[in-house]
Design a protein around this ligand. Structure first.
Ligand SMILES: [Zn+2]
Length: 57
């Protein structure tokens, strides 16, 4: 059911964490994937989603 998660991430803004400095950034996952979102602190575009939703717990 990856499509549902993708749809959710398209609609709602998610929290991402900068891989370089660990800063939290609220942004749309679509924009992050396109590289349009930058970290405020270090200007890095290397971001990872903070909330991992996995079926296996
Ligand atoms: Zn950063």
């Amino acid at each position: 059911m990856a499509k549902i998660e993708a749809a959710y991430s398209r609609i709602f803004k998610e929290v991402f964490v900068c891989k370089r400095c660990g800063a939290k950034i609220k942004a749309q996952s679509r924009k992050v994937a396109e590289g349009k979102v930058r970290c405020r602190k270090c200007k890095s575009t290397a971001l990872r989603p903070k909330s991992k939703k996995t079926s296996k717990g």
